[in-house]
Design a protein. Structure first.
Length: 318
């Protein structure tokens, strides 16, 4: 480190370093102080005169293992500028051809959604079965109105532009591979499911509703859900789906999204427990037959019993 050694005043490097196209090589150097002694260093600055031909990467060098890395992006020659403290040196880098003879990755046709791109992890091997680590094939699309090729983090990628089918061709030296690409519609919300469809609760009780929005591909769809109640005198609902029973009767609790899609559940609100009997008083016109009166009395009795016992499914037919 700087505090353990004198400043570096001289750097010696390999005069020429050859690197194969798409591969990485090491450039050796030696760093010397003003006293003429060789020193280990822990920080090296490396820049390239042409990053499109070869890039440089510094490396912590200790125990006299002094090297920087260079990556051959394209065939040609360039110069790496190496600097330590105030000392500088240039290393010439020559990138030579390396023929790709085999695809490293098996691949086939692609189907992608309009709202998603796709990375194509296609790699190459040379004649010695070595992976050509820093080289990717050239990618072209037959119909560029459907998808656009590109590179993301040095990985081949396709960006969909519209729905349709086209052909994608990858080339590297004598290797050629063509596959089909189909772009399908973007995901949209199509259904909503709730954790409850029908509940009976007494006044004063609360419960939590949950909603899941799904797209047409059967996947959860990240969409903001808005909650509402058809009768806030019976039940209210919070922005998070928490329902509170505030009255007696029935209400529909609805979950909806911005597209207009919605789903409802029914809540039946009863008087609070221990609130006493629930009586129904009937008045009949003089001309109402006794048989009909008796049927209506039985129905009223069943309704009264259902409300008192929290049994909403009792048959109330006449």
């Amino acid at each position: 480190m700087q505090g353990m050694r004198p400043p570096i005043t001289r750097i010696e490097v390999d005069s020429v370093t050859e690197v194969e196209h798409g591969m990485r090589a090491e450039v050796n150097y030696a760093a010397y102080g003003a006293d003429g002694k060789r020193y280990d260093v822990d920080f090296v600055t490396v820049t390239s005169a042409s990053d499109s031909i070869a890039a440089g990467q510094g490396e912590w060098a200790m125990n006299s293992v002094a090297k920087v890395h260079t990556i051959g992006w394209n065939i040609g020659e360039t110069v790496l500028h190496i600097a330590i403290d105030s000392a500088k040196a240039d290393a010439r880098v020559r990138v030579k051809p390396l023929k790709a003879v085999k695809w490293f990755t098996n691949f086939g046709d692609y189907t992608i959604r309009l709202d998603r791109g796709v990375g194509i992890d296609v790699r190459l091997l040379d004649a010695d079965e070595r992976e050509i680590e820093y080289r990717r094939p050239v990618l072209s699309v037959e119909d560029p109105s459907i998808a656009r090729p590109g590179i993301v983090d040095r990985v081949l990628a396709l960006r969909p532009l519209r729905t349709g089918t086209t052909r994608v061709t990858m080339r590297a030296d004598d290797l050629v591979k063509t596959v089909n690409l189909t772009v399908i519609p973007a995901a949209v919300p199509t259904t909503i499911t709730l954790n409850e469809e029908r509940l009976t609760r007494a006044m004063g009780q609360t419960f939590q509703l949950g909603a899941t929005v799904w797209n047409q591909y059967g996947e959860p769809f990240g969409e903001v859900v808005t909650w509402s109640s058809s009768d806030s005198q019976v039940a209210t609902v919070s922005v998070g789906g928490r329902v509170t029973i505030v009255g007696v009767g029935e209400a529909d609790i609805r979950a909806s999204v911005a597209s207009g899609l919605s789903k409802s559940m029914r809540v039946i609100a009863t008087p609070p427990a221990g609130s006493g009997p629930f009586e129904i008083e009937l008045w009949f016109a003089p001309n109402v037959p006794e048989k009909l009166r008796e049927s209506m009395r039985r129905a009223a009795s069943r309704l009264s019993h259902a409300v008192r016992q929290d049994l909403p499914d009792v048959d109330l037919s006449l």
